[in-house]
Design a protein around this ligand. Structure first.
Ligand code: G3H
Length: 328
């Protein structure tokens, strides 16, 4: 494997090497299995656990905001909608509330749009440091001609996207064509150049958790910077069992290669309490280092609204409790 593409990723949390990928290793990929009932048992315990402590809930909700790829992926997207979304990414929560919480300057992790909307997003985010992510390669089905899918990546990078969310060919997983999947992912990664590539597996269409584990590993071997569950357009999108399988594949890849790969659950995550469960899962399975925007994102179009409502309740609750205390 030529690792000349390997670069350092500089973040506010230190420098990590970008995943250059490894040689194709079929035995390794096929050694991954998934015990569905053990995975479901593990996931069932998560919502009741307290890795993300209740007392610190507001802080965790603020952390969740910093990890959102704020998304609009609709056929009727307009530049005006994208501009509004970018304004929200720059200032995700009411400024007075942020100030009360001591979090002036908080932004979302990125804004995620279709190719046509990249220029509007780049312009609206100028100077903010918030990257534009573009979905690509014939998103969401990924069934356009291969050379056009590769070209779409190049065009999106040229237009200013710093992150590219590609979709894999699900049929390659369903037909067990692992070498072809590796080659496809490798080509997508190369077309991205310096832009970070997130590999969307569309897990709801892969047939089994074992396929999810193997597809995760193949994409990481081929140089994915992130693996992502879903497009948001499948009938089943991000779930906890799928997340556990993908996260454990990330851990195994890290333990064997020393390379960090990020994780992005996406699709249908719209409640603050669900976001906290995902953060618990990451904290327990991968550790705090993965709870930074360079290694974790939520792909979500409506999560921010619920987090904002919960934060408002929290602050109002804290103030009224303080008020009661002061008047007693
Ligand atoms: O990648 C992001 C997803 O498409 C967003 O899905 P959502 O609209 O269900 O939050």
């Amino acid at each position: 494997m030529d690792s000349s593409n390997a670069t350092q990723i500089h973040t506010g949390h230190g420098t990590i090497p970008r995943n250059p990928g490894t040689d194709f290793d079929l035995d390794w990929a096929l050694s991954l299995t998934a015990n569905t009932s053990a995975i479901e048992r593990r996931c069932a315990t998560l919502p009741g656990r307290r890795s993300v402590k209740k007392d610190y809930q507001a802080a965790w909700l603020l952390k969740a905001i910093s990890l959102i790829d704020l998304t609009t992926l609709a056929g009727d997207d307009t530049e005006a909608r994208v501009r509004r979304l970018c304004a929200k990414a720059r200032q995700p929560v009411n400024a007075a509330l942020l100030s009360q919480l001591g979090m002036d300057g908080l932004t979302t992790g990125a804004v995620c749009v279709y190719h046509e909307m990249i220029p509007a997003a780049v312009k609206a985010l100028k100077g903010s440091g918030i990257p534009v992510a573009a979905v690509s390669t014939g998103f969401p089905a990924g069934l356009s001609p291969f050379h056009l899918r590769v070209e779409e990546i190049r065009e999106s990078v040229k237009a200013g996207a710093e992150e590219i969310d590609i979709v894999i060919s699900r049929r390659l997983v369903l037909e067990g064509k692992w070498q072809e999947l590796y080659n496809e992912m490798r080509a997508f990664r190369e077309a991205c150049g310096d832009a970070h590539v997130k590999a969307i597996l569309a897990t709801g269409e892969l047939g089994s958790l074992r396929n999810v584990a193997r597809a995760s590993m193949i994409c990481m071997m081929a140089g994915a910077d992130f693996i992502k569950t879903s497009t948001g357009k499948e009938s089943v999108n991000a779930t906890l069992p799928v997340s556990l399988v993908m996260i454990r594949a990330i851990r195994e890849y890290f333990e064997r290669t020393g390379y960090y790969v990020g994780y992005k659950p996406a699709g249908g995550i719209s409640k603050a309490k669900d976001a906290l469960v995902y953060l618990s899962l990451i904290k327990e399975e991968l550790g705090d280092r993965w709870l930074q925007p360079d290694l974790f994102r939520f792909g979500a179009s409506s999560l921010l609204g619920d987090i904002e409502r919960q934060l408002e309740h929290h602050v109002t609750g804290a103030y009224s409790a303080g008020h009661r205390h002061a008047m007693a």
